[in-house]
Design a protein around this ligand. Sequence first.
Ligand code: SF4
Ligand code: SF4
Ligand code: FES
Length: 233
Amino acid sequence: MPEEKEKKMIDIYVMGRRYKVPEGLTIMTALEYAGYKYVRGCGCRGGFCGACSTVFRNKDDYKLKMDLACQTAVEDGMFLVQLPFVPSVRTMYEVDEIEPEKDDNLLLEHYPEIARCVSCNTCTKACPQDIEVMDYVQASLRGDIDRAASLSFDCIQCGLCSIRCPADIKHYHLAQEARRIKGKYIDTHSEQLKERVKELDGCVYDERMKELVKMSKEEIKIVYDKREFKKGE
Ligand code: SF4
Ligand code: SF4
Ligand code: FES
């Protein structure tokens, strides 16, 4: 393919070993081009699942950088390592047994390290979703679960914030708990959602789903464009 031939080749280093890869690939596709096969640390490939946190160093730059492997382009002279996962421990709790109305320090009790936040804002700068991470930590510290949940709504659980935090805070686990509490105890419950869950439990959509998975992308687009909305949705 002539277009392929014209692509400039650059050097990347994976665990210290040099590979030549075409310029413009993401870290994920460059590693695959170099012959590596992802068995962990890869999911959606579109920046949504948070599975592909990666540590790298650019040429002549001592700083360790972190980002999503599926969203970051390789650069000439880049040094790469892969993380199988971010090893941050989640506090165990039963969401059904939580009583947020009686305990406004719940998040602080489950994640006492949030009291050590030094307001350096490193977590916010590390976030590929542009979330105000430090602000949701501060909201959690004040017991404002609603705000912590709302601020962290777009979190993809990649863990890049936690890797750099000098206070060893587990931001995304903390925020996930806030969202669970908000969903269960703070937000108004939707009757439509209840109905839909009941329908799913009753396998109402199984046949339709089988039809959908057999469709081409174009056919699915037509179905999507013609979808009907119920009043009030
Ligand atoms: S990186 Fe850690 S210490 Fe710094 S602002 Fe974020 S939560 Fe606070
Ligand atoms: S808040 Fe943390 S875990 Fe969530 S998307 Fe941002 S960096 Fe990733
Ligand atoms: S593979 Fe899902 S965010 Fe990168």
